[in-house]
Design a protein around this ligand. Structure first.
Ligand SMILES: *Cc1c(COP(=O)(O)O)cnc(C)c1O
Length: 373
């Protein structure tokens, strides 16, 4: 059976004021890296996260690079990260010449295992970057305790987790710094774009400076440091503001979709499980993810191909950093290795209908039962 219409994994929904704001940019000529939408997007994002400062930037990768530079991370410094993340987390550290030190995932959330952080700390360790993977927040309390004890900074890579909460506190406001991405497939989007959140005013000032080539704010065309052009444009911020105004709706839709999946898929524990939502957590459901047990005869990639033939787009979970050439390690990280090789993301976007979700669930169960008629 070949399906005619393909159900996409993800995609932006631009159904608020995005169009009006973009047209305003064009009508007024404010299309570049200054303007009222940049200021307003930053102001409202800071308010949404409950922090003093939000600094917009070009994407979620440079949102990670800027705080590392502002903290003075040097070659040979070590930064602790989960091995199970998207490559940008590790790359931002590499841009500073520093070394990402990898930690395995915990069984429950698939996020960095707080119990395995301390054994990786050396005198070279400067900080920890945690990643709220697929929208499930990291259990921040033990991480913050370890960081305090060893005098380390904590960056929350919240690129996938806008609006997620840990014990009632929104992500991006718990660590010293939070970073976000607004790539096209993220929870809200600006096409390409990023944001940094912090309550540290001195650090915020440094990051603003570094974002704009390092120009002295009191002396035009004077540069004391080597900075970057990491700015967001007013056009992107216009889209972002329209998205942010509707973020509650976007999150509600994702929860609606996820609830339907949970309803229909959680009775097949012998075949697969879903990334859970812990009782202290509010998942933002960037991606609903299915983890196959070893009872399922087919390989993960075979199941994904069968779903593709059904017109259902899926995506493999990330490869752990230690498996890939730039960060290769001979050893295994058992939880990350298992989840990565047996898991995949299923369509998670605000526009999915009940019928589509029923169809997707039926096909997943069918293929995992091993009939491939
Ligand atoms: C998407 C993502 C990033 C990078 O964001 P870009 O905007 O694509 O540069 C960083 N970290 C994680 C965990 C991500 O998922």
């Amino acid at each position: 059976m070949k399906a005619v219409k393909r159900i996409p994994l993800a995609g932006p929904v631009l159904n608020g004021n995005e169009r009006e704001y973009v047209i305003d940019c064009i009508d007024t000529g404010w299309i570049s890296a200054n303007g009222k939408y940049v200021n307003e997007f930053e102001r409202q994002f800071a308010e949404y996260c409950g922090v003093k400062h939000a600094i917009s930037c070009a994407n979620g990768t440079v949102a990670l690079h800027l705080p590392l530079v502002a903290y003075g991370v040097q070659p040979d410094d070590e930064i602790i990260i989960p091995t199970f993340t998207y490559i940008a987390t590790a790359n931002a550290i590499k841009y500073c010449g520093a070394k990402p030190v990898l930690v395995d995932s915990e069984e429950d959330t698939w996020n960095i295992d707080p119990h395995k952080i301390e054994e990786k700390i050396t005198e070279k360790t400067k900080g920890i970057i945690v990643v709220h993977l697929y929208g499930h927040p990291v259990d921040m309390k033990p991480v913050m305790d370890i960081a305090k004890k060893h005098n380390l900074f904590v960056i929350e890579d919240a690129a996938e987790a806008h609006g997620a909460e840990c014990n009632g506190q929104v992500v991006g406001s718990i660590g010293d710094v939070g970073t976000f991405s607004f790539f096209g497939n993220k929870i809200i989007s600006t096409g390409e774009g990023g944001m940094i959140t912090t309550n540290d005013s001195e650090l915020a000032g440094k990051m603003r400076l570094l974002r704009g080539q390092g120009m002295d704010p009191n002396r035009r065309y004077w540069f004391d440091v080597v900075g970057y052009n990491y700015r967001m444009t007013n056009l992107q911020a216009a889209v972002g503001l329209g998205q942010l105004e509707n973020i509650a709706w976007h999150l509600e839709q994702r929860r609606r979709v996820s609830d339907l999946y949970i309803d229909q898929l959680s009775n097949y524990k012998e075949l697969f499980t879903l990334q859970p939502e812990m009782d202290w957590a509010r998942h933002s459901y960037w991606m609903v993810s299915v983890l196959l047990t070893d009872k399922v005869k087919l390989e993960r990639d075979e199941i994904m191909q069968l779903l593709e033939d059904d017109g259902i787009e899926t995506r493999p979970l990330f490869y752990p950093m230690h498996q890939m050439p730039p960060y290769y390690e001979e050893k295994t990280y058992p939880v990350a290795d298992r989840v990565s090789s047996r898991g995949f993301n299923i369509p998670t976007n605000a526009m999915l209908t009940n019928e589509e979700i029923n169809y997707i669930c039926n096909r997943i169960v069918h293929h995992c039962n091993g009939y491939n008629a």
